[in-house]
Design a protein around this ligand. Sequence first.
Ligand code: 2HG
Ligand code: ZN
Length: 461
Amino acid sequence: MLTNDIYLQLLQIVGDKKITRDAAELSYWGKDSTQFSANASAIIFPQNIEQLQAIVQLVNREGVALVPSAGRTGLSGGAVAIQGEVVVSLRDMNAIKQFNAIDRTVVCEAGVITADLQAFAEQQGLYYPVDFASSGSSLIGGNISTNAGGIKVLKYGMTRQWVAGLKVVTGAGDILDMNKSLLKNNTGYDIQQLFIGAEGTLGFVAEATMRLTRPPEHLTVLLLAVPHLTALLQVLAHFQVGMELTAFEFFSEQALQKVTAQLGLQRPCSEVGAYYTLIEFEAKDDMVIERAMSLFEQCLEQGIALDGVISQNQAQYQNLWRLREEISSVLAQWQPLKHDLSVPPSQQGEFLLEVEKILSELAPQYQVIWYGHIGDGNVHLNILKPDELTKAEFDHSCKAISVAIFERLATYNGSVSAEHGIGLLKKDYLHYSRSELEIALMKGIKQQLDPKGLMNPGKIF
Ligand code: 2HG
Ligand code: ZN
């Protein structure tokens, strides 16, 4: 518990302007983008790794639990303080430090905003490719702690792939400075990887060396309307075999209707499909465009596409992307129950038809919005809460639906959380994706790095 005495000791570390117990601040900083309510006892803003380490060492002596907080954009409750923890925000540790043009790396503190890293890379003539709708507010430390994915995983992989080195404060209060930009380093267990996707349960990511790459050339989007789910996967197979893609996203007609109505955007094409795909590629020369158009025509001939539109300039490119990227924030008003499922891309066809069947049997009364990163096997299902139900009643009634979906998912060796993490939201379902032995090993690792169990307790398991 946070006593007055411990609060004053924390204040001594950071100064009185960088810690607060103000009720409004606690409820703001105590949560992420989920609906869990905050119950934080203080919020503290360390300015550097030394202060961060001192905070962790102090709570190890005093026995107070901490919740690491970054951009607060998480969708699984990984950064919510629900049991009186002290929230440690990395917001102020936001320096972009050394850039190395030969290694193509840049050292960032954990509080650097994703979009700022992207802009920095661009200034150097390079590119940081991990991207998603919340890049304007999410922080690099949070991206690493959740191993964030997003819209370009198909080509560039997850955040993990871009971490060249990591400096952390472990739950025991030690500093580990790992890998330091090496491309090759076969020297035993890769401890750095444990902190990527650990959701702050092992310690704090304080600083990271991030890799950059060459920028893509002339990114172009082809949006197709397709008649049904199976057609969507046939179009995917067609384009995956036919050309190099940087993204292959999808959304349903209902998603499109909600986004266009809410934001006053135009529909992309005249035909109405059951689903739409957003196919992105580098149009390096006319031959690539011709290739894309001929694949599109083949899809039309086979009846697996109904209509299509290709971006001709940057404004059209951005408008088409908005139709996909705004879905999550537009749907927030319905307080949806969110699923973030993945199976191997080649098995999605069968799996998604089974999910469709489960939903028609168990959830005919609810509107379900489908969208996501179908190119990498990751589908988001948002089940919308009807007005007449409270959130608690709705969530309760969705339990049976989730269990039925997860039971099917397990038979495909799928993941109950493809990219949003486990946090509080999915912890009851972890066993559908991880074996008992794996969960026991994870707990053992936590015990090693956070022996007193003070780092984000109750998250993941
Ligand atoms: C996306 O792909 C995000 O838009 C959010 O991962 C998904 O809100 C969601 O369910
Ligand atoms: Zn997503």
